[in-house]
Write a protein that binds this ligand. Structure first.
Ligand SMILES: [Zn+2]
Length: 56
């Protein structure tokens, strides 16, 4: 799974005018969930189910 930072850098994730993360492909605002097996927060697109982990 890519990190949010990498997703932003590669253009898979964009920020809207309110600095919210959105999926570049769908234009959907990313949701948030916590992975119990990891310490990271997962950001996901509810439309295409792509996921990115938020590091730190
Ligand atoms: Zn998407």
């Amino acid at each position: 799974m890519d990190s949010v930072r990498k997703g932003l850098r590669s253009g898979d994730i964009e920020k809207d005018t309110y600095e919210r993360l959105t999926c570049a492909a769908c234009g959907e605002q990313l949701g948030t969930k916590n992975d119990p097996d990891e310490l990271n927060t997962i950001r996901f697109c509810p439309s295409c189910d792509r996921e990115w982990k938020k590091v730190g």
